[in-house]
Design a protein. Structure first.
Length: 311
């Protein structure tokens, strides 16, 4: 087996150093602390590993980080593939004491936290695609219409040359997957987060993908990024939980809507059962669902599915 130091640009994470920095005994997942943290050299999926740990009684606020995933999970059954130590691959176990009707905000919360961490640590502006992909921010109306988008610049392609992947002219930097588990008496949610950090152009899994390295991030050190991400997530989670899951009251709704590139544009929602909804994305409802105004003027809430940004 090759040494973990065979690629000096991708050093391994230090579990003990991260534990000392992020764990505060007896506090649990509150403020800037977590209850337990493991860094695994290889795992099939961090979500699967943490769901199994939850069944064995793992505490709220447990975190599993993997250097490599052999069966990483994406949304709608897709796989998440990346070279070892080329990104952040982690899952967070939550046992919210909040009405389950408001748990739909948790993946959106993770998106806001990840965006904030990337902005703070890597000095890179990204936006969110509902329900929670991280994409390179697209030019606003106030920017030059003749300039290539940041996504196009990072890939070396013009905007028109980027395949129509459902991201408009944006490129995918990362994704989030929430899965429920546990028992009826002790339910839980596991939030999986994956961010491409040092993938090179020849390692990208798809033409619409990118990485922090390719996007020109100021920092690509995974330790720094992971600390920023978990601290940001913890801070947002505490505010959300303290407001009893009220996304408006804790500021989460405003933060998400301000960062969401899906809103105020034409979209196509591909639903799990095979149906499709076309229309204008107008907002996010109190349960975290995307609202689409269709041609007949009706407002349709979308709670699950794949949303395509139409050009």
């Amino acid at each position: 087996m090759a040494s973990v130091y065979s690629d000096l640009n991708r050093p391994p994470l230090n579990e003990h150093r991260l534990q000392r920095a992020l764990m505060v005994p007896g506090v649990g997942f509150g403020g800037h602390s977590i209850a337990a943290l493991r860094v695994l050299p290889e795992v099939d999926s961090t979500n699967t590993a943490l769901l199994e740990a939850a069944d064995d009684g793992a505490p709220h606020g447990s975190v599993v980080v993997a250097e490599s995933q052999t069966a990483g999970k994406g949304r709608l059954g897709r796989s998440w593939v990346a070279p070892p130590r080329s990104g952040l691959f982690l899952s967070i176990l939550l046992r919210p004491e909040v009405s389950a009707a408001r748990w739909g905000w948790l993946p959106l919360l993770a998106g806001v936290a990840a965006r904030s961490a990337v902005a703070r640590a890597a000095e890179l502006e990204v936006s969110l695609k509902w329900p929670n992909d991280l994409i390179l921010a697209e030019p606003t109306d106030g920017e030059s219409g003749s300039a290539s988008s940041p996504a196009a610049s990072s890939s070396g392609l013009s905007s028109d040359a980027i395949p129509d992947s459902g991201y408009g002219v944006g490129l995918k930097l990362g994704g989030i997957l929430a899965e429920q588990g546990g028992t009826a008496s002790q339910p839980c949610v596991v939030i999986g987060i994956g961010i491409n950090v040092t993938l090179r152009a020849d390692e990208l899994p798809a033409p619409h993908a990118t990485s922090l390295l390719l996007a020109g991030a100021k920092v690509t050190d995974r330790d720094t990024l992971l600390r920023a991400l978990l601290r940001s997530f913890g801070s947002w989670y505490v505010d959300w939980a303290d407001s009893d899951g009220d996304a408006e009251r804790c500021g989460l709704a405003a933060a998400y809507q301000g960062a969401c590139a899906t809103l105020d544009r034409q979209v196509r929602a591909e639903l799990p059962g095979g149906g499709r909804v076309f229309g204008h994305a107008t907002g996010i409802d109190p349960e975290g669902r995307l609202l689409i105004r269709t041609a007949d003027g009706a407002s349709t809430p979308i709670g699950a599915g794949d949303v395509v940004h139409l050009r």
